[in-house]
Structures are given as C-alpha cells and as structure tokens.
Design a binder for this molecule. Sequence first.
Ligand code: FAD
Ligand code: FES
Length: 252
Amino acid sequence: MQQIKAKTESVQEIQKGIFTLKVLAPSIAAEARPGQFCNIKVNEDNFPLLRRPFSISEVDGDYISFMFNIVGVGTEILSRKSKGDIIDIIGPLGNGFDFVGDYKNAIIIAGGIGSAPFPYLFREIGVDKNVSCCVGGRSKVDIITYGMRNIFISTDDGSEGFHGNVVQLLDSKIDDFDKDETKIFACGPTPMLRAVSEFSINRGISCEISTESVMACGFGICQGCVIESTKNDGFVLVCKDGPVFNAEDVRI
Ligand SMILES: Cc1cc2nc3c(=O)[nH]c(=O)nc-3n(C[C@H](O)[C@H](O)[C@H](O)COP(=O)(O)OP(=O)(O)OC[C@H]3O[C@@H](n4cnc5c(N)ncnc54)[C@H](O)[C@@H]3O)c2cc1C
Ligand code: FES
C-alpha cells in the first residue's frame, strides 16, 4: 500500500454519465491485482474530508484507471479533473479476486457501475479460461460493457437484451456450463450481490462477490466498514478482509 501524488493523464466520459480517470501511478500499478481498490482524496483542500474508494478498473504500464458515475460531491469533483492535475491516492487496497485456479469457465456478473473492476479482471484472467460476461442494468443506458467481450445483456425494462434482471439472465444461461468447472465473479448493487450469492450457493457454484460499504480509512483502522461474516458469528472489514469475499462467507 502506498500514498502517492498521482498526475492525471485523462478524464473521459466513455458513455453518458460514466467516466474513466487515468492517472500515472507506477508504484500502485506495480502492486495492483484485479478487484483491489484505491482510496482517493478528490480535492486538495479538506472538502470533502473523507477519501472515496474506487475499484482499480485497469492497469496499463505505469498508469491505473478508475471508472465511476456521478453520485455526489466527490465523484462530481473527480469528473472535472483534467490532464496534469495532481490527485492524492492510497492503494492498492483490499484483497482482490482469486481468479487463478483449475476451473475452466469464468462468469462475470456486473450490475450498473459494478462493471468497474472487470476490464482489468477480464484481461488478466487468462486465455485458458472461457470468460462470459452477464451485464445488467435498469435500462439500456445503464449498461456498461467497457473492456469486456463475450457479453450477454439484461435490462429490467427490456430495452436491450434479456428482459429481466441479471440473475435471471444467469439462470437462463447456467445450464450451458459445467458447474464444477465454473467460477462466478460479481460486482454491483447489494441486492444483486445477495441474489447472485443465493443463486450460486444453491447451485453449488464457486462465487466471489465484490462488496461495498461506506468507508473512512480504507485500510483497517477505523472499523467503519464492517459486514457480517457467516463464520464464528463474527464480522469482517470490507476494506481489509475484502472487498472480495466468497459468497458463502458473508451475510450482506
Ligand atoms: C471498495 C469500493 C469500491 C468502489 N468502487 C467504485 C467504482 O469503481 N466506481 C464507482 O463509481 N463507485 C465505486 N464505489 C462507490 C464510491 O466509493 C461512491 O459512489 C463514492 O464514494 C461516492 O462519493 P461522492 O462524494 O460522489 O458521493 P457522496 O456525496 O458521498 O454520496 C452521494 C450518495 O451516494 C451514497 N453513497 C456513497 N457511497 C456509497 C457506497 N459506497 N455505496 C452506496 N451508496 C453510497 C450516499 O449515501 C449518498 O446518498 C466503491 C465503493 C467501495 C466501498
Ligand atoms: S474503512 Fe476503516 S476499517 Fe475499513
């Protein structure tokens, strides 16, 4: 983990309301793994006070990229950064996806801005795996497929692809895969993650979910990001023990 002053290379609106921020961060790029995140101080002054966590969306040489939508003051400030701006970043943080293994099929499940970590995972997962991506959103404008291929789309309103949610889409596809040779990687809103977890546990399919929690420090000091663990009636920290967990290990 490093705290660095990163120089902004670019901010791009890749589709309406969805931005990528690319910064020069050689020391973080050298250590990063798919599924890890950074905690970003969005401003030079102390407003907003707390850093904001963002998944590492891609690593390209000495550069790392983030993908975000505007939900409040922090993301609005980030969307207005320009080339050369310096941003204070702590990372890489958290554990990342455990994507190396003997399984043959990887199924990526992304809901809305939950697509953010997947360009990096998709690229790193390796040519020996058959990677399929199920990407869901409320409507076609919410679908983010950036950096992914072999994509199946679902929309709640039926405006594009499968008419239904992304777990129903997964259900319609799952018989094409040998469940003992398949691993699911999911990121998106908590209700979606809950449904993916339940689905994979019931079917006996290995599944990792990238969880979210409101964060302050981002590295295990403030205890502000606890979620319930299914082991020993305990709790885990999203920032330090996660954000990626085996579906059966947490109650979200
Ligand atoms: C590990 C981790 C990785 C993340 N990765 C990404 C990413 O790659 N791309 C991305 O766009 N977002 C990501 N997020 C969420 C992102 O951190 C928040 O959207 C961001 O902090 C909002 O900052 P803001 O100042 O714009 O909004 P605020 O002004 O802080 O909040 C605006 C509204 O959004 C709600 N909100 C804020 N944070 C969260 C949250 N974590 N979950 C649910 N609601 C929230 C607030 O309650 C409020 O209603 C991630 C969160 C975590 C914990
Ligand atoms: S954000 Fe401080 S312990 Fe997790």
